[in-house]
Design a protein around this ligand. Structure first.
Ligand code: FES
Length: 78
């Protein structure tokens, strides 16, 4: 619940998703919207490589979220 509220409040603030490569959520979303289908595709699209892999689950979650159209706002509004 608190995480959801914090995310809503920070919706216009870029959030670092991949610490190794300093990829933020906006660049990840852009990569997904231009065709990335896996976390590795997102990294390649941004011109970097997966390093530690700590971000992969989060990026896969973003892929599923965008794929299903289940955005945070829709989840909150439901
Ligand atoms: S946090 Fe993304 S590769 Fe390490």
């Amino acid at each position: 619940m608190w995480l959801t509220i914090i995310r809503i409040c920070m919706k216009d603030t870029a959030m670092i998703v991949c610490l190794c490569n300093r990829l933020n959520d906006k660049s990840v979303r852009q990569a997904i919207q231009t065709g990335a289908q896996k976390a590795e595709d997102v990294h390649a699209s941004c011109g970097v490589e997966v390093s530690c892999g700590g971000c992969l689950n989060h990026i896969e979650g973003m892929l599923r979220e965008i794929e299903t159209g289940d955005t945070l706002r829709e989840t909150v509004a439901a």
